[in-house]
Ligand binder design. Structure first.
Ligand code: HEC
Ligand code: HEC
Length: 443
C-alpha cells in the first residue's frame, strides 16, 4: 500500500490537470452527475434521493417516529412522517397560525411539494421606508381564540399574498456554493442582472450566506427556513426560529410567538399569557431537523414528456431571453464542502450534482414587486426571487400571489427587468409562443 501512494498521488495530480479542460462539468477533479429525479407521481415511492437512511414507513400503532439528533443521522420515512404531523394546542400550535402542519400546505403532488395556500403580509410606508404592520408583517389567517384573530387597519397600505412554494429538490439548492450563484449572476447582462442577498443562518450563529429560499430569497439554509416556518406558519417556538423568522424587525422577535394584531391593538399572546399554555421553546429543535432533512432528501422534479413542440420551445426559451434569469443548470458543491456558515457538510448524495432548477435564486424587479421588506433591506422592497420553474407542470397557481393560472398571463406580467424577454415573446408567431409555453409546461 505504502509504495502505491506516491504513484496514486501522481496519477491524481495528472488527472486533476487534465480534467478541468476536458470536462466542463467537473468540480474539484470529480465528475458531476445528474441529480436523481422524481416522476412527481404521488403513487410511486421515488422521493428519496439517498441523503441519510430511508427507513420504513411509520405505522404509529407499531412505532413512534424518531427525529434526527443532528443533520443527516435520522431516517427519511420518520422525517416525512414528522413533516406530515398535525400539531395541537398542547404541542404549542398558535395562538396565531396559518395551518396545523407543514404537509397541509406542502402536499401536491407529493409530500413536500405545492399547495394553493397563501400567507398574507402587510405594512405601511413611513418616510419612504417599509414598516411592518403592528404585531408583525405576517398577518396570520387563524388563531386558537376569537379575541386574537388578527385584523389590520386601513393604515396598512402595503399588502401582499404569497403562494406556497414547492420544496422538492431543495437539498440540492441548499448545496449550491455562494460562488456558483455569484458567477451566474455576474454573467447576466447588466439590465437583467439579479441581486443576491446575504441572510443570517440561524444554526450558525447568524453567519451570513447568500439567500436562495422563499419568494424574497429570505433564507439560505433549510434548518433556518424550517425553524422560521414552524414559528410563523404554525406558532411553534423552537431554537432555530431566528430573528423573528424574518417576519418582524423587533430585536426580541423569534424568542416567542409574534404578538397578535387585533382590532383592540397589539396583544401579547405568548406564554404565560392566557392565550398560550405551553412554555417556550415549544419544540426542542429536533422536529426542525426532521423537516430540514426530509426536504433535503427529496429528489428534484423530473421533466415531463419531450414532444416535438417542447423541443422547439426549448431553444426559444433561450433566444427570447427567459434563461437569463431562469438559469437552466447549476452544479452543487463537492461532497464534504462546509456550507451554511460551517454548520453543514455537503453529503455525498447531494454533492457534485447537476441540477436544472430554471432559477438564478436572485432577486429581480420585474414590475410585480409587492413592497414588502424582509431581511435584505429597503432596496429589495419591489424585488422578487426568480421562482424555480422545475416542477411547474405540477403547479397551477402562479406568480408570487398565486393569482395567475396560465403561463401566458405570467409572461405578460413580466415588466421592469423582464420587459425585453416579454416583448421578444410577444414578437414570436402564435405557434412559436405555443411551443415556448409547451416547453415551460414540460418542466
Ligand atoms: C399555511 C401554509 C404553510 C405551512 C403550514 C407551511 N408552509 Fe412552507 N411555505 C408556504 C408559503 C406561502 C411559502 C412561501 C413563503 C415566502 O417565501 O414568503 C413557503 C415556503 C417554504 C419553503 C421555501 C421553499 C423554496 O424552495 O423556496 C420551505 C423550505 C418551507 N416552506 C418549509 C416549510 C416547513 C418545514 C413547514 C412546517 C414547519 C412549512 N413550510 C409549513 C406555506 C406554508
Ligand atoms: C429579469 C429576470 C426574468 C426574466 C428575463 C424572465 N423571468 Fe420569469 N420570473 C422572474 C421573476 C422575478 C418572477 C416572479 C415574479 C412574481 O412572482 O411576481 C418570474 C416568474 C415567472 C413565472 C411564474 C413561476 C411561478 O412559479 O409562479 C413563469 C412561468 C415565468 N417567470 C416564465 C418566464 C418566461 C417564459 C420568460 C421568458 C419569456 C421569463 N420568465 C423571463 C424573472 C424573470
Amino acid at each position: 500500500m505504502r509504495k502505491l501512494l506516491p504513484i496514486l498521488a501522481l496519477v491524481l495530480f495528472a488527472v486533476a490537470l487534465v480534467l478541468p479542460l476536458s470536462e466542463p462539468q467537473t468540480v474539484e477533479g470529480q465528475t458531476a452527475t445528474e441529480a436523481l429525479t422524481t416522476d412527481m407521481d404521488a403513487k410511486t415511492d421515488d422521493l428519496f434521493n439517498g441523503f441519510g437512511v430511508k427507513g420504513t414507513p411509520i405505522d404509529e400503532c407499531v412505532n413512534e417516529p424518531e427525529p434526527p439528533t443532528a443533520r443527516g443521522n435520522g431516517r427519511f420515512e420518520d422525517n416525512k412522517f414528522i413533516f406530515s404531523e398535525r400539531e395541537t394546542i398542547e404541542d404549542g400550535l398558535g395562538p396565531t397560525y396559518n395551518d396545523v402542519g407543514c404537509v397541509e400546505c406542502h402536499q401536491s403532488v407529493d409530500v413536500g411539494a405545492f399547495g394553493q395556500q397563501m400567507e398574507f403580509r402587510a405594512g405601511h410606508i413611513t418616510n419612504g421606508a417599509f414598516v411592518d404592520a403592528p404585531g408583525g408583517q405576517l398577518v396570520h389567517a387563524r388563531a386558537t381564540d376569537a379575541r386574537i384573530v388578527e385584523h389590520i387597519s386601513t393604515a396598512e397600505t402595503v399588502k401582499a399574498f404569497r403562494i406556497t412554494l414547492s420544496t422538492l429538490g431543495d437539498g440540492f439548492v441548499e448545496c449550491l456554493a455562494n460562488a456558483a450563484l455569484q458567477n451566474n449572476v455576474a454573467a447576466q447582462p447588466l439590465a437583467q442582472r439579479g441581486t443576491l442577498t446575504q441572510v443570517p443562518v440561524t444554526e450558525a450563529n447568524n453567519t451570513l450566506r447568500i439567500g436562495r429560499f422563499g419568494w424574497k430569497a429570505q433564507h439560505a439554509s433549510l434548518v433556518s427556513f424550517s425553524g422560521d416556518a414552524y414559528l410563523n406558519e404554525m406558532g411553534i417556538t423552537n431554537p432555530f426560529d431566528g430573528f423573528g423568522g424574518r417576519s418582524s424587525s423587533a430585536p426580541d422577535a423569534g424568542t416567542h410567538e409574534n404578538p397578535a394584531s387585533t382590532a383592540d391593538g397589539v396583544v401579547n399572546v405568548t406564554f404565560p399569557s392566557p392565550f398560550d399554555p405551553v412554555e417556550d421553546p415549544e419544540d426542542d429543535g429536533l422536529d426542525v431537523l426532521a423537516f430540514a432533512d426530509f426536504m433535503a432528501a427529496t429528489r428534484a422534479p423530473r421533466r415531463g414528456p419531450i414532444t416535438a413542440a417542447v423541443t422547439r420551445g426549448d431553444s426559444l426559451f433561450n433566444s427570447v431571453g427567459c434563461a437569463v434569469c431562469h438559469t437552466r443548470t447549476f452544479v452543487t458543491a463537492a461532497p464534504g464542502t462546509l456550507i451554511n456558515g460551517g454548520a453543514f457538510a455537503v453529503p455525498a448524495a447531494l454533492g457534485n450534482k447537476i441540477i436544472h432548477p430554471f432559477s438564478d435564486f436572485a432577486l429581480h424587479n420585474v414590475g410585480t414587486g409587492d413592497g414588502i421588506v424582509q431581511n435584505a433591506g429597503q432596496a429589495t422592497a419591489n424585488q422578487l426571487r426568480t421562482p424555480p420553474l422545475w416542477g411547474i407542470r405540477a403547479r397551477n397557481r402562479l406568480m408570487h400571489e398565486g393569482l395567475n393560472i396560465t403561463i401566458f398571463d405570467s409572461i405578460q406580467l413580466h415588466a421592469g427587468q423582464g420587459t425585453a424577454a416579454r416583448n421578444n415573446f410577444n414578437a414570436l408567431t402564435a405557434s412559436q409562443r405555443n411551443d415556448l409555453i409547451a416547453f415551460v409546461l414540460s418542466l
